[in-house]
Write a protein that binds this ligand. Structure first.
Ligand code: NDP
Ligand code: ZN
Length: 178
């Protein structure tokens, strides 16, 4: 019932907070990293009207395997294989070179599951809003521009998934990608 959902969502939030503790975002204020996965999940419920608990859970957990010592087995054990499979789909293989990782996001986007597409869309929207607010330290304007262009290519492969979130992304792209 709904109490089980609340409990499991807070288990996710607590798990992600512990795993990301000490990590910071790249904005000049060095915002605590956990603001990002929580914000991505909130975009899905508040703006995307997403109600599938597995998608919200995967959103909260979406950067734990990529950016902390968390393993997919651990996610599976704590939160089940459904959530673990979504997290796996949105996790880059950090053993690959940067350019290859970024290329594979574009290639894999169209064939990913609807659940993974939702998480990816909200993740891109959150990160592009961050970049509109402030440029990360050490980033040239050219690097910011290239990030918007790359993100628009990933989003091309995610379309037809959530009109609200895609509309918000399109508004951003209309400002930044010619
Ligand atoms: P990027 O360096 O491209 O950084 C963008 C990612 O950082 C986002 O996708 C987001 O990922 C995260 N992020 C954290 N804070 C912010 C923020 N305030 N605004 C937007 N995004 C934010 O990706 P990687 O971290 O994958 O790659 C890092 C490596 O790439 C480094 O080794 C870097 O040196 C190298 N690099 C350097 C370039 C240069 O011009 N000097 C160009 C390209 C790569 P998430 O959702 O996962 O948090
Ligand atoms: Zn992310």
């Amino acid at each position: 019932d709904s109490l089980d959902v609340l409990g499991i969502l807070l288990k996710c939030a607590n798990f992600a907070a512990v795993k990301h503790s000490g990590q910071r975002r790249k904005d000049p204020e060095k915002t605590p990293y956990i603001n990002h996965p929580i914000g991505v999940a909130y975009i899905l419920t508040d703006e995307g009207s997403v109600r599938d608990p597995a998608v919200i859970m995967a959103a909260i957990l979406h950067d734990t395997v990529e950016d902390t010592d968390t393993t997919l087995d651990e996610i599976k054990k704590e939160f089940g294989s459904n959530v673990a499979n979504i997290v796996a789909e949105v996790t880059d293989d950090k053993s690959l070179p940067y350019d290859e990782r970024k290329r594979l996001q574009i290639v894999h986007a169209p064939t990913s599951s609807k659940e993974a597409k939702l998480v990816k869309l909200a993740d891109k929207l959150y990160n592009l809003r961050d970049l509109e607010k402030a440029t990360p330290e050490g980033w040239s304007q050219e690097r910011v521009k290239q990030y918007f262009i790359w993100a628009s290519k990933v989003v091309e492969g995610l379309r037809g998934t959530n009109r609200q979130i895609e509309n918000s992304l399109d508004e951003i792209f209309s400002r930044h990608v010619l």
